[in-house]
Design a protein around this ligand. Structure first.
Ligand code: NAP
Length: 246
């Protein structure tokens, strides 16, 4: 079902986004990958995806810049002709206790995580409406549902994504466009790489499943939500968190 579908993934060059890209490539989807910068890792990973035998193109775009988003979205639509699935995965953290959070850290997290998700979705929604189908998957966080000390800016941005996803689901359901959010818990990527060994041990102890998740745990759910076997699911927020927020 996912073969030859055009999938756009923001932040698809590393971490969870790259694993999502790999899973779709394995299923024969065509990929438009968005990253904020051209890095050695981005070039290497896109090369690996291309070796999997499907069409893969890399677009450099800072998603917090609405003009760049509009320009690159047009380029993607020109290159592929249409898109079927959008995965808003790109995100950042700038953690600190509230009084110590700089204004720039508050703005950047809201701008990339929340406004970026809105800008990218807005740039593709007319395409989905015109073709009368579309599927949007937004990567939120369990922290956006339960809150977290030291992550007020991040939790607010991820809670915003949930409200946004539900609103898109209501606004476009009649146009055969679905929109769901995934709320991961602790997943082993560069983002959680900043945690010390002791912190990781404490986290594991606190989780019902007793371990961190892997990017593939999130990617498998993205595949399910993108496929027609989830065709009656929209406006949902699904946790992939090892029982962190039960
Ligand atoms: P990661 O390894 O740090 O990767 C983040 C990705 O976002 C990178 O590909 C990065 O691209 C891209 N990105 C960052 N800022 C961008 C911008 N301004 N414009 C375009 N792309 C940008 O993070 P991750 O752990 O894979 O996380 C992926 C998503 O899952 C994020 O939304 C994160 O909040 C969410 N999440 C992660 C966890 C976790 O435990 N890891 C838990 C809950 C939710 P560049 O390489 O170009 O910077």
């Amino acid at each position: 079902m996912l073969k030859d579908k055009v999938v756009v993934i923001t932040g698809g060059t590393r971490g969870i986004g790259y694993e999502i890209a790999r899973k779709f490539a394995q299923n024969g989807s065509k990929l438009g990958i968005i990253a904020s910068r051209m890095s050695e890792q981005a070039i290497k990973n896109v090369d690996e995806l291309q070796k999997m035998g499907t069409e893969v193109r890399l677009y450099i775009c800072d998603i917090k810049d609405s003009e760049q988003v509009e320009t690159e979205a047009k380029r993607i639509l020109d290159d592929f002709g249409n898109i079927d699935i959008l995965i808003n995965n790109a995100g950042i953290t700038r953690d600190n206790l509230l009084p110590s959070l700089g204004i720039a850290e508050i703005d950047e997290v809201i701008d990339v995580n929340l406004k970026g998700t809105i800008y990218v979705t807005r740039a593709f929604i007319k395409n989905f409406v015109r073709q009368r189908h579309g599927n949007i998957i937004n990567i939120s966080s369990v922290v956006g549902m339960m809150g977290n000390k030291g992550q007020t800016n991040y939790a607010a941005s991820k809670a915003g994504i949930i409200g946004f996803s539900k609103s898109v689901a209501k606004e476009y359901g009649r146009k055969n466009i679905r929109c769901n959010a995934i709320a991961p818990g602790y997943i082993a990527t560069e983002m959680t790489g900043a945690l010390t060994g002791d912190m990781v041990e404490n986290i594991k102890q606190s989780l019902p499943l007793g371990m961190l998740g892997e990017p593939s745990d999130v990617a498998n759910l993205a595949l399910f939500l993108a496929d027609d076997c989830s065709k009656y699911i929209t406006g949902e927020v699904i946790k992939v968190d090892g029982g962190m927020y039960v």
